[in-house]
Design a protein around this ligand. Structure first.
Ligand SMILES: CC(C)(COP(=O)(O)OP(=O)(O)OC[C@H]1O[C@@H](n2cnc3c(N)ncnc32)[C@H](O)[C@@H]1OP(=O)(O)O)[C@@H](O)C(=O)NCCC(=O)NCCS
Length: 176
């Protein structure tokens, strides 16, 4: 339980976080526009995380970064989701993704978490997001953070492709 006035933090995903994230990741609404499936057990989620965290898992030209998102307010603290970045080392582009508990949609929590993630992408030239055109909330989120559609959007899969230079990140006017 958190209050409306809350502080959002992100911390690197690690072994053991599966137990904290399992309930959050059960909500059907999360998967409307995602290819991935709801975890069936904490153990299965931990195995998924172990693969994501294994330095040998990504191809040589990628780095996978994952964080757990927590919201703290005067009524307490709650784990509310995840943010992730796949850094393409050749092009210095990070493909970003994010999942926030539907209970906390509409409060700017996801925007705050993505901002914090972009803060961590030191030395990465740009961030990119692939979004189903019907995923209105996700489109609104990236537009709010200054992403714009690329020339090849929509791509062959029908996804909108949004990109933002990180050269001028963080932009003060987008904070808060
Ligand atoms: C995509 C997703 C993270 C967006 O969540 P969200 O809560 O809508 O996003 P934001 O944090 O930007 O919140 C925006 C809402 O908070 C409001 N808000 C309040 N304070 C705010 C603040 N300080 N900053 C930004 N928005 C704020 C906005 O007005 C907006 O309200 P609205 O929903 O009534 O239009 C969420 O829908 C989700 O987890 N979906 C499932 C997974 C998914 O599809 N991921 C993306 C794959 S590409």
């Amino acid at each position: 339980m958190v209050s409306e006035l809350s502080e959002v933090t992100i911390e690197p995903l690690r072994s053991g976080h599966g137990a904290l994230l399992f309930d959050v990741l059960q909500a059907d609404a999360i998967y409307e526009f995602l290819d991935e499936r709801r975890p069936e057990s904490v153990e299965q989620l931990e195995q998924r995380h172990a693969f994501m965290l294994d330095p040998d898992s990504p191809p040589d030209d990628q780095r996978w970064l994952n964080w757990m998102v927590t919201e703290r307010g005067d009524l307490g603290s709650a784990v509310v989701g995840t943010v992730q970045a796949t850094v393409m080392l050749d092009s210095s582009t990070a493909v970003i993704a994010y999942i926030i508990s539907p209970e906390r949609w509409g409060h700017g929590v996801a925007s705050a978490a993505v901002r914090l993630m972009l803060d961590e992408l030191d030395g990465v030239a740009s961030a990119r997001a692939y979004i189903d055109p019907a995923n209105r909330r996700s489109v609104a989120l990236v537009e709010r953070l200054g992403f714009t559609p690329t020339a090849d959007s929509p791509n062959d899969d029908g996804d909108l492709v949004f990109e933002r230079s990180l050269v001028d990140w963080p932009v003060k006017s987008l904070q808060g």
